[in-house]
Design a binder for this molecule. Sequence first.
Ligand code: ZN
Length: 156
Amino acid sequence: MREFKTHTHISSNWLLRKLNFGFCVANHFFFPDTWSTQRIKVAKVHEMRHAIQQCQLGFGIHPWVGMLPFMLLYFLVFLPLGLAFFRMFFEYQSDRDEVTYLVETGRITNTGVLKYYIDESAKTVSGYHYFFPCPLFITKLFYNRIFNDLRLKMKT
Ligand SMILES: [Zn+2]
């Protein structure tokens, strides 16, 4: 994979503020200006994985090259037949990086909090606001791996 720079945009856009979420388009990250710098730091770890996924889908050339196939897999393959598996898998990888970062920087030090954070992330990915979401029991098969791996790491 070639090297690529990332660009962070902090926006006062009313819709971004109202939706209260961050997103990325290729190597550009967008966050509402109502978020703290700490929250943005954590979200950047999450979005960075999405940028890498887009780069990988772009044959390792650049996230812009893989942006279209990423968007197709993320948004359009949500028909019941596809079970939104790709979107769940993309989020699984990003959430895995995010939670690992929280554990490694000492922001999560307790396995109860770790379990709660991972379960809530899994519920979001399989939540009603995504049309035809990946069923929660499949999402949990993946997300439980994050918990099991990090729980072992926390004990060392
Ligand atoms: Zn994500």
